[in-house]
Design a protein around this ligand. Sequence first.
Ligand code: CP3
Length: 354
Amino acid sequence: SVNVSPTGSQPTSTYESAFLKACRREPVPHTPVWFMRQAGRSLPEYRKVREGIGMLDSCMLPELVTEITLQPVRRHQVDAAIYFSDIVVPLKAIGVDLDIKPGVGPVVERPVRTRADLDRLRDLTPEDVPYVTEAIGMLTRELGSTPLIGFAGAPFTLASYLVEGGPSRTYENAKAMMYGDPELWANLLDRLADITAAFLKVQIEAGASAVQLFDSWAGALAPADYRRSVLPASAKVFDAVASYEVPRIHFGVGTGELLGLMGEAGADVVGVDWRVPLDEAARRVGPGKALQGNLDPTVLFAGREAVETKAQEVLDSAAGLEGHVFNLGHGVMPSTDPDALTRLVEYVHTATAR
Ligand code: CP3
């Protein structure tokens, strides 16, 4: 049929969107823009619909997920939607006793520290997350040609919450397992890779046009440790979804020294935080991959002129890239003025119109 892409079920108009073209390193009509954490607390309409509903509960309500996912697309005219969920949703779905505490983050009742703890982490099946399939079906109908990005947490970042029992600055328990019991660590990351791969497959089969693997906290690792103890599990996730031929994005914070390895793990697009300029990031990643990033999210507090100056610096450093998706270097901060985001999208679209 005319309306079907070379790779599957997305409409041609989605396949030909600026976002997916940039991910494939094809010429684009303008540089596409979306923001990590674009759906969330910076939006008054988000706070309104979330009133009285816990974060994890809200992730299991397809109508609410659909509304929250669409809010930033309507308001900012971003080039892609990101599925509203959280990296710990698949863990909750297989029965891990965890919650997301406001202002804190994911907290795990019984941290994973032993072989017996690991044995309680079972595989994820599509039946564990029916609300994901339902919400993505609703979303792809509503989004028209705007692509939907599915996502999951990478094995290391998920392990950091599971082993620590909550957010950490130092990851001492997770790293103690990695250095002190490499076999248990490898088995844990391998189990998490299977869970993550299964969760991404559910999202792709329901209609997600791209996926992002968030290894937010991988920047805590030295390259040799990342290569030995983390990369194999992340590579397993990317391999598991390779045959779908949807772009695979790989992102972490403070990963300047890991950018090459994060590309090697199997990404088509490497996400870059604000610490490394994109031209230098391209040298570190090497040819054949697009880049995503990398405006410092705090720039949005500095006023219109500063935002435009700094956004232009990002665009200038991306000028020689084959594929560039404009984004922040990390998520939108909750106190960001939403109008500053709307103006930034407009600026990038206008400044790069070809
Ligand atoms: O990007 C989007 O718009 C989609 C939504 C999204 C959420 N979490 C919603 C959320 C995404 C992509 C995530 C991923 C996520 N969750 C990551 C990786 C991205 C990153 O920021 O590095 C991580 C590390 C988590 C774990 C997590 N969940 C944290 C650290 C927090 C914040 C805790 C706090 O309150 O400060 C959460 C909660 C969370 N996830 C919120 C949202 C909108 C806030 C909860 C709320 O609104 O009540």
